[in-house]
Design a protein. Sequence first.
Length: 278
Amino acid sequence: MLYIGNHTTSSKGYAAMGRQMIKNGGNTFAFFTRNPRGGKAKNIDEKDVAKFLELSKENGFGKIVAHAPYTMNCAAAREDLRDFARETMKDDLKRMEYTPGNYYNFHPGSHVGQGSEAGIAKIAEILNDVLTEEQSTTVLLETMAGKGSEVGRSFQEIRAIMDLVDRKEKLGVCLDTCHVWDGGYDIVGNLDGVLKEFDEVIGLERLKAVHLNDSMNGLGSHKDRHAPIGEGCIGLEALARVISHPALKGIPFILETPNDDEGWTKEIALLREKYQEV
């Protein structure tokens, strides 16, 4: 079974997101928990959530992937910015319990000149503050392209964060194909080798979701510019190998390509056509 969908707007609520995804041919999706540039989250309508949960069950949806706002920087040097990140994540994780057992994905952060070691320690500190034994949500660290002072530019940096977190069972990884390619991992010429390295450094059992994006730039460019599927430097055939890889079976693949619903519908149909059950 291929679980695939796109990042969609949450402005009309959960049931609307589910209905839109069915229209697009998808059976999973990602959404921002609040405005991606930060700020207060909208109140959750429990009736709306109940409708979505029913629709999701009826249509065989996979796990959904919530996305934290971009303004959250757990590695920031300034305490007020880290406090904002801590409170935002804590609130988001409470809200995630309305749709239990799903994923909450975030960009680890940027160390802004402090060095990656200091950034890693600060990210882990916040995770230790917010993760609880009771939560059913798995928090996903996203692999980054290594633009500027981003933390999470390598599998080793992601592992270093996880090593400092007490409740490791609440953590996973979201692998972004554009980011790892831009970060220097050759998923076009050596996908098996990249996944083998991931397994050796982090463990494939921790790989919970994939952001499926083509890239406007070459291998190791450290740029992070997404391209539509098949229109970038990674290409359709390589991305078809990603979704069909036996090590990635059953996990949600989320399109974050520069597109609209019409474009995502075409991409989902194209990828379903290319998908090979192993």
